[in-house]
Design a protein around this ligand. Structure first.
Ligand SMILES: CC(=O)N[C@H]1[C@@H](OP(=O)(O)OP(=O)(O)OC[C@H]2O[C@@H](n3ccc(=O)[nH]c3=O)[C@H](O)[C@@H]2O)O[C@H](CO)[C@@H](O)[C@@H]1O
Ligand SMILES: C=C(OP(=O)(O)O)C(=O)O
Length: 420
């Protein structure tokens, strides 16, 4: 099992290119199932979750070709309409094939994802929305078994803001008969990117990226080409790395307007941050960050996927900072590991109260989920000594070549196999 060995204490300095966004590429790959012609995607990140999605699409019968960051999908050879438990359990985003399969092929058997290390993660809103569009859905044996001759457009009012829920329903509605309106839709930029992709294939979607999405169902979707948007969470992670090490980091090929709140928090932490069309440059001028207070919220609020990284920042910052998690009930698994490195953090309900320490000390730590791993890597970058981050497969789900990118910024780290 791969581990990351990090020698802390280097002030990061340099330029890094953002990869394509995992959380845009996954729904877009699922949406290729709606098409009636080949689809080409570019800027697809090299991640374990992408490999899992390709395995899923391949098992269903899609023909796939991958070259670097480019993936071609021929969906017309599809013959199997199931997402089995063994794949869904490794990647919750598999639930995103539910809407496309049902809308395009009239049937889908998708394993229930269940919870994961960060919380319960229910999908009742996906099921209720599809039912409102006329689908017959049974939940049995751990599977969602959905059938529909043709979905009908409907007015869907989301009781909670759900990112994958909005995406599943938007994809299903693209091929439904008539009009669908999704109220209280998730406003994440990745939802907008999915809407743009579907419109490229011939869908008629307005308002994706706002809280009200209007979809005029069409008879068929054709092929097309789409460039996946940049990864705002990867971008934010590198910026926090710059801030924590007192360094200077410029992220290019990214999406500054998707990171407004994160940039605001970095400025509050004392960083000088400049932005351009597609770049963000952070300079911490060798200073120690100031602790920040934040609470996670659906976009445009502070992203839950950046919370662990800011816990790491607060752990070495000046002062006391509070991080309140409102999306998931159990997303503080990084806290006990940070404490093993000397962080002083107290959890009260859904808030982590952190009094920054002058320095962390290296320790072997264990990653429990994707962003927790990112938080521990960041802590390792500033800790005294050699930090060994175990269970790196979590990190590989969502960070494209992270060690090479950090290395380019001057970090001292290397991947080791379990045998080392
Ligand atoms: C709003 C939000 O920040 N969503 C995050 C969520 O997306 P993801 O799509 O995984 O989760 P949702 O957005 O659906 O969940 C948001 C909230 O709604 C609840 N819920 C969701 C669906 C449902 O059918 N019933 C229900 O009760 C969830 O328990 C959660 O508290 O995790 C992703 C991975 O960390 C993040 O990238 C997203 O930013
Ligand atoms: C937890 C994440 O992903 P997933 O929803 O695939 O578990 C994430 O992107 O931070």
């Amino acid at each position: 099992m791969d581990k990351l060995l990090i020698t802390g204490g280097v002030r990061l300095d340099g330029v890094v290119q953002a990869s394509g966004a995992k959380n845009a590429a996954l729904p877009i790959l699922a949406a290729t199932l709606l098409a009636d012609a080949p689809v080409t995607l570019t800027n697809v990140p090299r991640l374990r979750d992408i490999a899992t999605t390709l395995e899923l699409l391949g098992r269903m019968g899609a023909a796939l070709r991958r070259e670097g960051d480019r993936i071609e999908v021929e969906p017309r050879t599809l013959h199997d309409f199931a997402a089995p438990y063994e794949l869904v359990k490794t990647m919750r985003a598999s639930i995103l094939v539910l809407g496309p399969l049902l809308a395009r092929y009239g049937r889908a058997d998708v394993s229930l994802p269940g919870g994961c290390a960060i919380g319960a993660r229910p999908v009742n809103l996906h099921i209720e929305g599809l039912r409102a569009m006329g689908a017959e859905i049974a939940v049995e044996g751990g599977y969602i078994r959905a059938r529909a001759s043709r979905l009908r457009g409907a007015r869907l009012v989301m009781e909670m803001v759900s990112v994958t829920g909005t995406e599943n329903l938007m994809m299903a509605a693209a091929l439904a008969e008539g009009e669908t309106v999704i109220e209280n839709a998730a406003r994440e930029p990745e939802v907008a990117d999915l809407g743009d992709f579907l419109n490229t294939l011939g869908a008629r979607i307005e308002g994706a990226g706002s809280d009200r999405i209007h979809i005029h169902g069409v008879e068929r979707l054709g092929g097309g080409c789409h460039r996946v948007m940049p990864d705002r969470i990867e971008t934010g992670t590198f910026l926090v790395a710059g801030a924590m090490t007192g360094g200077r980091v410029r992220v290019e090929q990214t999406c500054p307007e998707c990171l407004d709140v994160v940039v605001q928090k970095l400025r509050e932490a004392g960083a000088e941050v400049a932005t351009g069309d597609d770049w963000i440059a952070l300079d911490m001028h060798g200073r120690r960050p100031r602790a920040v207070d934040l609470h996670t919220a659906p976009h445009p609020g502070f992203p839950t996927d950046m919370q662990a990284q800011f816990c790491a920042l607060n752990s070495i910052a000046e002062g006391v900072g509070t991080v309140t998690e409102t999306i998931f009930e159990n997303r503080f698994m990084h806290v006990p590991e940070l404490e093993r490195m000397g962080a002083e953090i107290r959890i009260e309900g859904n808030t982590a109260i952190c009094r920054g320490v002058e320095r962390l000390t290296a320790a072997p730590v264990m990653a429990t989920d994707l962003r927790a791993s990112a938080g521990l890597v960041l802590a390792g970058l500033v800790a005294e000594g050699e930090t060994l981050v175990d269970r790196l497969y979590h990190l590989d789900r969502g960070y494209d070549n992270i060690e090479a990118k950090l290395h380019a910024l001057g970090a001292d780290l290397r991947r080791t196999s379990g045998a080392d």
